[in-house]
Each structure stands twice: as structure tokens, then as C-alpha cells.
Design a protein around this ligand. Structure first.
Ligand SMILES: [Zn+2]
Length: 139
């Protein structure tokens, strides 16, 4: 959820669009934040820099990729190299419609599209794991 922390500034300034989904939704910024936070956690524990790095990087970049597949204005994937917004031609997620308020019936579709996608990935991975375990037992 870290890339969406910029929403707080948007709410405070009452200019959601002016603050949200800008430079925080860049793969490059995600990499730099992952390196910075990994150093921070490494300095606390003195171990596991790569573990922290890959965990934070995966979490951060998956958020950006999910937003890439969300219907909307796209994400600035390569900021600061480019301010161009990219979005997938195929939308997997409907997205939250903040301009229509917090409670709108459209958010049920948002929730449904996210549950269907995440559920589909879960069942795919789960069935692959079951197949792998079955093969281990029969071999
Ligand atoms: Zn986001």
C-alpha cells in the first residue's frame, strides 16, 4: 500500500488527483525505496539485506503492476525518465472511483474484480502446488 500513501496528501489538500498516483507509482522510485528501506531494516538487524530488498521490491512493484492493470489514467511507470502514463489494454481491475464518494455501488464491482482476479491467481497457484505434491507422493 506504500505507493498509495500519497493519497493522504491529496485528502489533506483536497486535491486527490493532484497528489495521488504520480511519482510514487514509478518502478524506478519503487526500486529506490526498496533499496532505502532494505538498508534501514538491514541496519536494525545486520542481516538479510537481500531478503528485505526482494520482499519490499516485490510488494511495491506488484502494487504498481496492479494499478497498471486497473481501469483509469494509468501509471507513470518510468518517472523521472518519462512522465508518460502507461496502462494495460486489458483491465483486470475496475478501480476505486474517489470522485463518486466513498460509498457508491460501483465499489462493489471494484471489490468483485479484485476478488475474482486474486482468487483466480490463488486457485491457479494452489492447483499447481497440489499437482506438484501429488507427483512427489507418486514418484
Ligand atoms: Zn496505487
Amino acid at each position: 500500500m506504500m505507493p498509495d500513501l500519497d493519497s493522504i496528501l491529496g485528502v489533506i489538500a483536497k486535491d486527490f488527483r493532484g497528489f495521488h498516483n504520480l511519482w510514487t507509482h514509478s518502478l524506478i522510485v519503487g526500486s529506490l525505496i526498496s533499496i532505502s528501506l532494505s538498508f534501514f531494516f538491514w541496519s536494525l538487524t545486520r542481516s538479510g539485506f537481500l531478503k528485505w530488498f526482494f520482499l519490499i521490491l516485490l510488494s511495491y512493484e506488484l502494487h504498481i503492476i496492479a494499478d497498471f492493470f486497473t481501469q483509469g489514467r494509468g501509471v507513470m511507470l518510468f518517472w523521472p525518465l518519462s512522465e508518460e502514463r502507461y496502462s494495460s489494454p486489458i483491465s483486470l481491475f475496475y478501480g476505486v472511483r474517489w470522485s463518486e464518494g466513498l460509498f457508491t455501488i460501483k465499489h462493489l464491482w471494484t471489490l468483485a474484480s479484485e476478488l475474482i482476479t486474486v482468487g483466480g491467481v490463488y486457485f491457479l497457484l494452489n492447483s499447481l502446488e497440489r499437482r506438484r505434491l501429488k507427483r512427489l507422493v507418486t514418484d
